[in-house]
Design a protein around this ligand. Structure first.
Ligand code: UDP
Length: 310
């Protein structure tokens, strides 16, 4: 199988490249390097089955040779990144998805779209099943990401219905692990970096808002199973182990054996109050559920970060 991965040198993309290579695929990794970094895939460059090309998929997208699957992972994905790059985020979800689907059609390939739990916005249903349509502010600061991904899901599904191309849509909930960017602004890298360097951990609001965090290896396993399923409808992949942001900060501080204090800062606008995946569908159609607990995953991530960020 020959796979093209957009955003292949980002956090999730770089893990997916490795998994696909391990499964025996040829991998073409495309990345504009807006938020990804080539260092995430440097060690793969010696593999004859791996190629990296710097390329902005919102421009015309052309690939030589046969392609079996395109994994569309290109997008700024942390709130700090997409709020800093609002137009690029909307473009890669809209025009980038058009280019990917057009290339897939020309090549007779399938598309696996990286969607997000952000399609549920600030949810009124908890936990969130795929059948929930969400509660998204269409003009709020997060809308550039939420609406781009909702549009990308609509477009991907329309291509499937109109042109019958194989598609998969994974709704990714908060994921963490090695190769997260230290300064991408998310809670996990912020807290780990702060704890390791003895700085205060910055909890937004009173820290009572919740998230459900999945270790990256579990997410990639879910994506691999989804690829091999025949299902074109969205599937939640995430770990239903829900924690408050304050509890997360305390866990990370303990694992890092840090005596940093915790400080409270204002909540960002439209920050979702609750987030937890209902993974009934993933369990039944993929036989998938997460294997790595939050504390085990955080421990592995702190161990990875300590020599780099400490
Ligand atoms: N958060 C925090 N301190 C930080 C960064 C994030 O308290 O330094 C909070 C943020 O307001 C949100 C939660 O942690 O309530 C998760 O934020 P993140 O950016 O990791 O992901 P999101 O789920 O919002 O996309």
């Amino acid at each position: 199988m020959r796979a093209v991965i957009t955003g292949g040198s980002g956090f999730l993309g770089s893990h997916l490249c490795r998994r696909l290579l391990a499964e025996g695929c040829d991998v073409l990794c495309l990345d504009s390097l807006l938020t990804g970094t080539e260092a995430n895939v440097t060690e793969l460059l010696t593999d004859e089955h791996f190629t990296f090309e710097r390329c902005d998929v919102t421009e015309f997208l052309s690939v030589d040779g046969e392609v079996d699957w395109i994994f569309h992972f290109a997008s700024p994905a942390s709130p700090v990144d997409y709020i800093e790059h609002p137009l690029e985020t909307l473009k890669v979800g809209a025009i980038g998805t058009w280019c990917v689907l057009g290339l897939a059609r020309a090549k007779g390939a399938g598309v696996l779209l990286a969607s997000t739990s952000e399609v549920y916005g600030d949810p009124k249903v908890h936990p969130q099943p795929e059948s929930y349509w969400g509660n998204v502010n269409p003009i709020g600061p997060r809308s550039v990401y939420d609406e781009a991904k909702r549009y990308a899901e609509a477009l991907t599904t329309a291509y499937h219905r109109t042109h019958d191309i194989p598609v998969r849509i994974v709704r990714i909930f908060n994921t963490f692990g090695p190769r997260m960017r230290r300064r991408d602004g998310r809670a996990v890298p912020n807290f780990i970096s702060q704890a390791l360097s003895g700085e205060p951990l910055t909890v937004h609001g009173d820290g009572g808002q919740t998230r459900s965090l999945c270790y990256v290896d579990d997410l990639i396993e879910g994506i691999w199973r989804l690829l091999n399923s025949g299902d074109a409808a969205p599937v939640n992949i995430g770990n239903p182990e829900e924690v408050s942001v304050l509890a997360l900060a305390e866990m990370i501080r303990d694992l890092a054996r840090s005596d940093s204090e915790i400080v409270f800062q204002p909540r960002p606008e439209d920050d979702p109050e609750l987030r937890c995946p209902d993974i009934t569908r993933a369990r039944s159609i993929l036989g998938w559920e997460p294997k790595v607990s939050l504390s085990e995953g955080l421990e592995r991530t702190v161990d990875w970060a300590r020599p780099l960020w400490g």
